[in-house]
Design a protein around this ligand. Structure first.
Ligand SMILES: Cc1cc2nc3c(=O)[nH]c(=O)nc-3n(C[C@H](O)[C@H](O)[C@H](O)COP(=O)(O)OP(=O)(O)OC[C@H]3O[C@@H](n4cnc5c(N)ncnc54)[C@H](O)[C@@H]3O)c2cc1C
Length: 281
């Protein structure tokens, strides 16, 4: 199918883009990997599309004192292959390498992925484990939200009309931290039926630090603080992974029942914990 007719703008500055978006009626176009199919199916019919692709500087990865700043238009492939991220935030680079196929990774962007807020998207698991910050801008100014405050529910974020994602900020990983992203993927699309992202640091023969993010299981990705607590108090990976779906309303759809998803969440969380532990020094 072809999309409904729409106006197309391709601004070359952020100021121009924010002015075009300011009345809240236009839609941002990033990699187009989610928006264009929705428009073709006429599940989305924006009257005005603002393409961010000509604005310089939105696809940079920059290390600063407060972390690594990743521009919203940075593609999954740029993240997967970035020497800065591979060295200092390997969990995000590893997660990007699991997204879709090579064409999707060449076009899709991190800003588009978090703004779209698909409950089966890969990045949110890593972004919860990394306690990432999302930087937003509008004609009225800028603000920064935690990933938890930004992702509200299925396909719903805290973006206000006229507001865009400009950056995702992740921490510089301490050396010796072990990380892993493990995912059960839907065979046709590659999306996560469940995905578990883990960061672990050892201390005094035990667990010094652990963060776990889960995607695909529920209506929204989340940080599995209960898994972290059990692992830190018992050091037992299987006991920790066993609680990952406790208190969670698991998704049930054509691909997997809630029962199967919950079971696979336990399996993939245990796998991610074991690999991250083996990689921690
Ligand atoms: C075949 C296929 C397989 C895929 N498999 C996976 C997978 O395995 N894992 C996974 O995580 N994803 C997967 N995806 C989704 C892919 O990662 C997309 O890149 C992503 O969901 C959207 O990014 P985009 O840059 O293409 O955004 P677009 O499609 O351009 O935009 C998506 C939405 O976000 C809004 N938006 C975009 N950028 C911004 C911004 N900076 N500020 C505010 N709003 C913005 C748009 O208005 C639109 O509503 C797949 C997609 C396809 C087509």
């Amino acid at each position: 199918m072809i999309p409904q007719q729409f106006e197309y703008s391709s601004p070359s500055t952020m100021k121009e883009a924010l002015a075009l978006l300011s009345d809240g009626s236009a839609k941002v176009l990033a990699g187009g990997m989610s928006l264009i199919p929705l428009m073709k199916l006429r599940l989305a019919a924006p009257e005005h599309v603002v393409d961010m692709g000509r604005i310089p500087g939105l696809d940079t990865i920059r290390q600063a004192a407060d972390g690594i700043h990743i521009g919203a238009m940075t593609t999954h492939y740029q993240i997967e292959s970035s020497p800065v991220l591979r060295a200092h935030c390997p969990l995000l680079a590893e997660t990007a390498s699991h997204i879709g196929d090579v064409q999707v990774r060449n076009m899709g962007t991190i800003g588009g992925s978090v703004a779209h807020c698909d409950p089966a998207a890969d990045y949110p698991a890593a972004l919860f484990a990394l306690e990432a910050q999302i930087r937003l801008a509008s004609k009225g100014g800028a603000r920064t939200l935690s990933i938890d405050d930004f992702l509200v529910d299925t396909f719903t974020t805290a973006l206000e009309p006229g507001e865009i994602v400009t950056e995702v900020i992740v921490p510089v990983e301490s050396s010796g931290t072990g990380v892993s992203y493990q995912k059960l993927h839907q065979l046709a699309s590659g999306f996560a039926m469940v995905g578990a992202a883990v960061r672990i640091a050892r201390a005094n023969g035990g667990i010094g630090f652990v963060r776990v993010g889960i995607t695909g299981l529920a209506s929204k990705a989340y940080r599995a603080a209960n898994v972290e607590l059990v692992l830190q108090s018992t050091g037992d990976v299987d006991k920790a992974a066993a609680v990952v779906a406790d208190g969670v309303e698991a998704n049930s759809d054509l691909n997997a029942s809630a029962h199967y998803r919950s079971h696979m969440a336990r399996v993939y969380t245990a796998r991610a914990l074991k690999i991250a532990l083996a990689r921690a020094s």
